[in-house]
Design a binder for this molecule. Structure first.
Ligand SMILES: C[S@@+](CC[C@H](N)C(=O)[O-])C[C@H]1O[C@@H](n2cnc3c(N)ncnc32)[C@H](O)[C@@H]1O
Length: 221
């Protein structure tokens, strides 16, 4: 699975992960981030999620990062965002309203972009990465985020012998392995979401748990 896999999925419209509604866990737990107005919120692997519009509507700046220009342009069209584009540091950036959307590989995102980040929202981003890339993603976030920065993370867990990802199953013990050295981890809640995920049920899984975590970057030694 490489970047081309995701680019092709957007070209083919094979985007079962995309939700038209704002994710309920985002709304339920947002206040726990305790952000002041006009905070800068990073949304890695943002796709075209309407969650970005909800975050912006709470009076925040949204910095999205996404490989596919189709996804970025769909978001801007869906939310009627007037924008300009710029080519900088190997990315095409789309700037408009409260959005700064970086089109390119998350792992190539310039360090400067992280300097003013107040919080991160991850829904279906960590679980989009296969086994070998998840430690890289966790380490990259830890390296780039300032101490005290919160990450609201919505993860999935299922019996991985029943289905091949993405989305990959990332249960709580793996979350701890990935993040506990650099982040304090609070479990905010777990929901059984198999009934709302007919597409994944069709792929063979019998149970699906969605767990939301609040991570806080620890001070660096
Ligand atoms: C499972 S989707 C989730 C999208 C979004 N978070 C949501 O909730 O709808 C994963 C997205 O990440 C993008 N993606 C995958 N690998 C990426 C990478 N290395 N850098 C930036 N975007 C990436 C894909 O194109 C896809 O849109």
């Amino acid at each position: 699975m490489d970047n081309q896999f995701w680019l092709d999925r957007w070209v083919e419209g094979d985007i079962g992960f995309h939700r038209e509604e704002v994710h309920p866990e985002l709304v339920a737990h947002w206040a726990k981030l305790g952000l002041p107005p006009r905070s800068r919120v990073l949304v890695p692997l943002c796709g075209a999620t309407p969650d970005m519009a909800w975050i912006a509507a709470q009076n925040n700046e949204v910095i999205g990062v996404e490989l596919s220009p189709i996804a970025v342009e769909r978001f801007l069209m869906d939310h009627r965002v007037r924008h300009i584009t710029m080519d900088e540091m190997g990315f095409r950036t789309y700037l408009g309203g409260r959005y700064q959307l970086w089109c390119g590989d998350f792992f190539a995102l310039p360090k400067e972009v992280f300097s003013g980040i107040d919080a991160v929202y991850d829904r279906a981003s960590l679980v989009a990465f296969p086994d070998d890339l998840r430690p890289r993603y966790a380490a990259f976030l830890a390296r780039q985020l300032n101490p005290g920065t919160h990450v609201l993370l919505v993860s999935l867990a299922y019996n991985s012998s029943e289905m091949n990802g993405p989305p990959f199953s990332v249960p709580q013990d793996e979350i701890e392995k990935l993040f506990s050295a650099d982040f304090e981890i609070t479990v905010l809640g777990t929901n059984d979401v198999i009934t709302g995920n007919a597409g994944l049920a069709k792929r063979g899984i019998s149970a699906l748990n969605e767990t939301t975590y609040l991570l806080k970057r620890k001070p660096t030694a």
